[in-house]
Write a new protein. Structure first.
Length: 135
């Protein structure tokens, strides 16, 4: 049933976004959203056999909060950049505005990356490589 739901969501979203005039970008967005629905559905179907519903919800929240926060920060940065845009802006100012936005994003998101690395990065380290004792 999950395949049918994903195909139906994809068809409806692509039709709706194309009808609204978003063109190829709208079709790509619709397909991306339907793949997210499909992927989350697969994760939920797999986890339901050995986790309770609240545990699955907690896992999904831990899995998706960094992405949601990153997307929110990108949206806020894009809105701020658009608000600072002036007609007849030079290439140098355009580059400076985008560079400042990227630095601001990294400054705001780096605590998330550090926290994630401290939580999960220690499992990625291979013994011997970091301390120089590898053969």
């Amino acid at each position: 049933h999950l395949y049918l739901i994903a195909i139906g969501v994809n068809g409806l979203l692509v039709y709706w976004l194309l009808s609204a005039g978003y063109g190829l970008a709208g079709a790509a967005l619709g397909t991306t959203i339907s793949l997210v629905v499909f992927g989350l559905g697969l994760v939920i179907l797999a986890l339901r056999y050995f986790m309770k519903p609240l545990a699955v919800l907690g896992f999904l929240l831990r899995l998706t909060w960094p992405l949601a926060l990153g997307l929110l920060l990108l949206f806020v940065g894009n809105a701020a950049s658009a608000a600072l845009m002036r007609p007849g802006e030079s290439i140098v100012m355009l580059f400076a505005r985008h560079t400042a936005g990227a630095i601001l994003f990294l400054a705001l998101y780096s605590p998330v990356l550090i926290a994630l690395y401290r939580s999960y990065g220690k499992h990625l380290r291979q013994p011997g490589i970091a301390d120089g004792t590898a053969a």
